[in-house]
Design a protein around this ligand. Structure first.
Ligand code: SGN
Ligand code: CA
Length: 530
């Protein structure tokens, strides 16, 4: 809600906010100890890996129905301008844990190791009296710190029969990873110390590449033809970095991405994202399945492969076949994520915890589902810059709200500390969006956000280094390193970002203002480009 809306409504909102702040904010002076613990809510933070907003029906119902995620949206607040500051896995996780930009927390790209000795959000919450746990994907190389208990996937993790690492060592658990992560989360809640509030981070591996669905969902979506996105056949005109990126659906691996699993497809012909068209051997993803699982798996994909061979597709037909194949497996993985979010919500209901638990659903970043002809993330363009964000906390958040305020993954640390009533350290770089959750945009809320991506020229997908600024209406990006290319988008007129307006004289004033804003943000956050 904005201040320039109906004044009566605004007054009512301000009233509600003041009342809520008085009753809910743990920062209220003179609060008794016993009330202080009563108002420290539990925090259940569920984060998927590469979950595009387009694949949550509360955002967009074109592709899939996600009743449990929608339930969170309907019972809480859904954010439409929630962004990450560096759209790639490990860096995003490091930002979540520290509330600091990549250049400050030391983890710029997936090759880096997280320095677990630094100040982190779980450590701060631990000090504030919380019982802290992480279950699922970690992907930060060093051992987790700041958690009372942890059970994290080894490396990127597997979809089936995953190996978990914890303080005692490692163990393998039979089954489907999205289900198992939820089982472990529920086990954690069952065994928790009830005298303390909890912080539970549930980090799914799904729906990360190579999109291996649960066996029970293999038959889903077989009769559906998904519409290709408007920019599917993008020609990348005036966008050099986009043109040179290596993440087109057309180049995906036949064996592992499309599961055309036989020796004919074992040497990949597409580049699949390594940045060169050099043929490579198949990734043997089937090795993680046990014999019983493999039997069901193969029955499905072998049939599909036989149909594919018979169809002898080429050109546009082949490309659109790849898109359909990609969508099916990706969305089947989402079915499991949604189902397991439902299991956790049901658990909270059954134990009477729903009222006093802040439930957050998000993803480590967005993803391309065929927009610009792509999969993957990394770019500052909308699909990968955006993270889905749903927050429910009946005690403070009115049901069914939608916020357009700009919030960032950088803000989770401050927001959670705010809920915990804990002091917020000086060097944390985000903002608490708790007031935004009350339905009012604070007068001084941010009107622009800063972004910086680094993983180039090493790593996957050849997305050039870039930084930029996004406001409610515009986006300015500078690609650097081996190029020097600026892009400007007018998001109101061109929401799919295909018209780079950097050379349009009508926008000279906008560009100048955005360049100044970019500089201001770089100074504010202490970033420089070297
Ligand atoms: C893997 C994927 C890439 C993906 C990176 C990073 N290739 O290497 O497509 O961009 O992970 O993803 S795969 O063939 O091995 O699946 S991230 O989420 O960890 O950043
Ligand atoms: Ca990811």
């Amino acid at each position: 809600m904005r201040f320039n809306e109906d004044p009566r409504r605004v007054l009512m909102q301000i009233g509600t906010y003041l009342i809520l702040s008085l009753f809910c904010s743990s920062a209220v002076i003179g609060q008794e100890k016993q009330t202080a613990s009563a108002i420290q809510p539990n925090i259940l933070f569920i984060m998927a890996d590469d979950h595009a907003r387009q694949a949550i029906s509360a955002y967009d119902s074109t592709l899939i129905r996600t009743p449990n995620l929608d339930r969170l949206a309907h019972e809480g607040m859904r954010f439409t301008n929630s962004f990450v500051t560096n759209s790639i896995c490990s860096p995003s996780r490091a930002v979540l844990l520290t509330g600091k930009y990549s250049h400050k927390n030391g983890l710029r790209d997936n090759r880096d190791t997280f320095d677990g000795n630094q100040q982190t959000m779980p450590k701060l919450l631990q000090t504030a009296g919380y019982q802290t746990t992480i279950i699922g994907k970690w992907h930060l190389k060093s051992e987790p710190t700041g958690f009372d208990t942890w059970d994290v996937l080894k490396g990127q993790g597997q979809y089936y029969n995953p190996v978990f690492l914890n303080a005692e060592g490692q163990r393998q658990i039979e089954g489907y990873t999205t289900d198992i992560i939820t089982d472990l989360a529920i086990e954690t809640l069952e065994n928790r110390d009830e005298s303390k509030p909890f912080l539970l981070l549930v980090h799914h591996k799904a729906p990360h590449r190579n999109w291996m669905p649960n066996l029970k969902y293999l038959d889903k979506f077989v009769d559906i033809k998904f519409p290709v996105p408007a920019t599917f056949y993008d020609d990348y005109k005036n966008r050099i970095a986009a043109e040179q990126a290596d993440m087109r659906i057309d180049d995906m691996f036949l064996y592992s991405d499309f599961k055309l699993q036989d020796e004919d497809f074992a040497v990949e012909t597409g580049s699949g994202g390594k940045g060169s068209a050099v043929p490579r051997m198949k990734i043997d993803y089937r090795a993680e399945l046990n014999e019983a699982q493999k039997k069901i798996w193969d029955a499905h994909y072998d049939k599909m492969r036989a149909e594919f061979r018979q169809a002898k597709l080429t050109g546009k037909d082949l490309l659109e076949w790849k898109y359909q194949r990609y969508m099916r497996d990706y969305l089947r993985c989402i079915l499991s994520v949604d189902e397991n979010v439902g299991r956790l919500l049901d658990y909270l209901d059954a134990k009477g915890l729903a009222e006093n638990t802040v439930v957050v659903y998000t993803s480590d970043q967005g993803f391309y589902l065929g927009e610009h002809g792509w999969y993957d993330k990394r770019f500052m363009y909308e699909e990968s810059l955006s993270m889905p964000l749903l927050v429910r906390y009946p005690h403070e958040i009115k049901a069914g709200q939608v916020s357009q305020d700009i919030v960032l993954n950088l803000d989770f640390t401050e927001t959670f500390l705010d809920f915990a009533g804990a002091a917020i350290p000086e060097d944390v770089q985000g903002e608490s969006f708790r007031p935004v959750l009350h339905g009012i945009t604070p007068v001084n809320w941010r009107t622009s956000m800063y972004y910086h991506y680094y993983e180039y020229p090493h790593g996957w997908h050849m997305v050039k280094r870039h930084y930029g600024v996004r406001t409610q209406n515009y986006k300015l990006i500078h690609f650097y390193n081996d190029i020097n290319a600026w892009e400007l988008y007018d998001l109101r007129r061109d929401p799919t970002e295909i018209n780079n307006l950097i050379d349009d004289p009508d926008y000279a004033g906008v560009i100048e203002a955005l360049k100044l804003e970019l500089q201001r943000l770089q100074v504010k956050y202490g970033d420089s480009v070297d």
